[in-house]
Design a protein. Structure first.
Lengths: 477, 93
């Protein structure tokens, strides 16, 4: 089936990603671990823009940026340098942002996503390095605000800005792209998406060949999908009423789910870029082979390996590889139990329960899911009990063994043995008659049949007792 | 040629207030500087790579090792207004 895209929707994204797995900021030794700390406690003369302070580039930030570029199938630039992007805003203590301009560190890449009608390629225009501004907080509501508080802890954090071509044809494809991007960045171990402000997105959206509208500063994947849905509807209605969409910048109000026009001043784009004289150029081309060697197995490759190595369905492989944490969790489980059962339990059941509660796989122990899978595949508890144990652990804690005991799930086991005894007696009337006729050996045969049926869950002695008990209660013929 | 309006515009970008009376004088002075620099246009740079940096060195890096930041009081020492450890700026839209 081919996706028609009747409204001619085109979405391109600009994503600001914080390289927050670095220890320090881009140009100074201030720690990046500021999220739980007091405002303005992770700043120094460099990131505060004090006169005379000199920036020195973080070597590992360059490696991280190269990794990102390579993972997005980009070309890495031979030589590049930083520029000053000049504008006055209080979140920028120096009066300019240090960024890359004419030579981004990476360009001409692509990412493959699950599109509306199968695989879809989203082209990456460029990815460049820059520093994050500080954070502004308005006192009270925007309308009645008495002032703005500025915290420079974020100022100078290393960012990589990734710009895509307008290759997404629906809000869903935009969201899929962001999910895939996050997945790749977390595989690379350069980024922790759980931290506040780790990824901010600007979306360029157009319909039916009209001008594009830029929706700025959306902070979640869901937000991008919602903003795009709203914006497409708004532009379509506008055109239907005879309007003509013009180039403009809008702001997304996450709470109301609408986009609002921002009065854009013409000089907003008058950035007067010029080369940053305080930083020397960097030549990175010859380091590419070295960095390629450090690239981990990425989501697409892992998905393929999971299907071939563990013999699981592609659907399961996809679900298990979208998050590196889940993929690693799965492989630990697959080392201990049957990999296919593990795939079903982790991808279909555990992941569903985790998503439902919006918690990470860190909330579950490998040994617990292994124990549950063993209990189920060993026929000791039902599948439904297995799910119940997972839910109980997530909601109230505890161990599988304790929960089995406490909830009397083990009773199910006795029920199964009881059921097996009934079945064996029904299926083997001759052996039963032989025993009743005095052939002791026939009882051993019946015991064996029950144990076979229950996969050895009940020991010989108990089974024998249960059988004798049942036989004694049989109605006389 | 730089016009009076351009001087006012650049003044606004730099958040520097320039009175109308001054704008004309600045325009003349800036034009004189630009005229002087226009001599550089006479040099043939056809096969010369642009100079991004005057020092002939590349790849100056620092290791990713944390160094102490400044104490909060020191960070805020030069600001006129502060609140709960933040710089306090006028209301910004
Ligand atoms: Zn700093």
């Amino acid at each position: 089936m081919v996706y028609e895209n009747v409204d001619g929707v085109k979405i391109g994204l600009e994503i600001h990603v914080q390289l927050n797995k670095l220890n320090t900021k881009l140009f100074c030794g201030c720690s990046t671990d500021y999220h739980n700390d007091e405002p303005n406690t992770h700043v120094c003369p460099v990131c505060l823009g004090l006169p005379g302070a000199l920036p020195v580039l973080n070597k590992r930030a360059v490696e991280f940026a190269m990794k990102v570029g390579l993972a997005l199938n980009c070309d890495i630039v031979g030589q590049t340098q930083f520029h000053r992007k000049n504008y006055y805003y209080p979140d920028l203590p120096k009066g300019f942002q240090t960024t890359q301009y004419d030579f981004p560190i990476a360009s001409h890449g692509k990412v493959i996503i699950d599109g509306e009608d199968g695989e879809r390629i989203v082209r990456i225009t460029r990815a460049h390095m820059e520093e994050d501004p500080g954070k502004l907080m308005h006192i009270g509501s925007i309308e009645k605000s008495k002032g703005t508080l500025i915290n420079y802890n974020r100022s100078g954090m290393a960012l990589i800005e990734i710009v895509s071509e307008p290759d997404m044809r629906s809000p869903k494809e935009a969201r899929r792209f962001l999910d895939k991007l996050r997945s790749i960045l977390e595989y690379l171990d350069v980024f922790n998406g759980d931290l506040e402000g780790a990824m901010r997105v600007d979306a360029n959206i157009s319909v039916m060949g009209g001008e594009r509208v830029e929706v700025k500063n959306i902070s979640s994947h869901k937000g991008v999908e919602k903003a795009a849905l709203y914006e497409i509807m708004r532009q379509k209605n506008f055109v239907r009423r005879g309007g003509k969409v013009v180039l403009e910048t809008r702001h997304f109000d996450e709470q109301r789910g609408v986009t609002l026009s921002m009065r854009s001043k013409e000089e907003e784009h008058d950035y007067r870029y010029f080369p940053e004289p305080d930083l020397v150029p960097m030549r990175v081309a010859d380091r590419v082979p070295e960095v390629i060697k450090t690239l981990p197995e990425l989501p697409d490759a892992k998905r393929e390996r999971f299907t071939s190595q563990y013999g699981m369905a592609d659907m399961h492989a996809k679900a298990l590889t979208s998050e590196i944490k889940v993929a690693n969790f799965y492989e630990q489980v697959a080392n201990l139990v049957d990999p296919r059962s593990a795939a079903v339990w982790v991808a279909d059941i555990l992941k569903g329960e985790l998503n439902y509660r919006d918690v990470s796989v860190d909330a579950f122990k490998v040994e617990d899911i292994v124990e549950i899978i063993e209990l189920v595949t060993g026929n000791k508890i039902t599948e439904r009990s297995g799910v119940e144990i997972i839910r109980t652990i997530l909601d109230n804690g505890g161990t599988p063994a304790a929960i089995v005991k406490e909830k009397g799930l083990i009773k199910v086991e006795e029920d199964i043995v009881t059921k097996a005894v009934t079945e064996v007696l029904e299926e083997n009337p001759e052996a039963l008659q032989d025993y009743l006729g005095g052939k002791e050996k026939s009882l051993n045969f019946l015991v064996g049949q029950v144990m076979k049926k229950t996969a050895g869950r009940s020991d010989a002695k108990t089974t024998r007792e249960m059988l004798l008990d049942r036989i004694s209660k049989l109605p006389p013929k | 040629m730089i016009t009076k309006e351009e001087v006012e515009h650049v003044g606004w970008l730099a958040r520097i207030e320039i009175h109308e009376s001054e704008a004309q004088a600045y325009a003349e002075k800036l034009n004189a500087v630009l005229d002087y620099f226009s001599q550089l246009d006479e040099v043939d740079t056809e096969n010369v790579a642009p100079t991004y940096h005057v020092a002939d060195i590349v790849n100056v890096f620092r290791e990713d090792v944390v160094r102490p930041s400044m104490p909060q009081e020191e960070v805020l020492a030069n600001t006129g207004k502060k609140q709960e450890g933040n710089f306090l700026a006028p209301r910004i839209m």
